[in-house]
Design a protein around this ligand. Sequence first.
Ligand SMILES: C[S@@+](CC[C@H](N)C(=O)[O-])C[C@H]1O[C@@H](n2cnc3c(N)ncnc32)[C@H](O)[C@@H]1O
Length: 190
Amino acid sequence: MYVVVQITQKYNDVIEEGYTAHLTTAGVIGDVFPDGRETKEILDIAAGTGLVADELKKMGFRLIDALEPSKGMLELAVKKYRNVFNQGLSKDPLPFPSDKYDAITICGWHGSAGPLADSLSEMTRVVKPGGYICIVTRMHYVQNLDDYKETFLPECIKLEADGKWKQLEFKGFMGYPFNNEGVKMVFRVC
Ligand SMILES: C[S@@+](CC[C@H](N)C(=O)[O-])C[C@H]1O[C@@H](n2cnc3c(N)ncnc32)[C@H](O)[C@@H]1O
């Protein structure tokens, strides 16, 4: 466990290397909820060490839950969240009732697009109509990687065609270490 905590503490060094994706993600949620923030329920998927929760709390959000498969990450994040769910996205249904959350954040998603694509429909189920889903990852992944082009992007288009969500934003920003571009994608659930 000591080694895991060391590695995950080291993870926060990314901020010094220019990582600002958590600021961008929290900024989106702050912009869409200028009022009543203390009553909004937010699910932070792939929560990591809780960088998004740190920023959301500074803005007045209080009811923030985390879904994160790494126990080591959650060790550092647990005190920042109302509830933590130690599991990852997969083909399985999300363990939440329908229309529970006002927003979902997914910040810094990395690796395979498959589990993300498999879960998007479930996310539209657990977010209230009129609520938001904000996904922030590297622009390179979305533009260039085959699994994003073959699974994630087609699922985004299908959900819009099926009337499950509406894309509000797809915008690049410089916020990944070593001058890499991020992308923020914002969807409103129908
Ligand atoms: C780069 S970190 C981002 C953490 C945090 N959101 C941030 O911006 O600092 C990616 C996180 O995704 C988590 N992760 C990996 N596979 C996952 C899955 N299938 N479902 C949910 N989270 C996953 C990792 O454990 C890790 O904490």
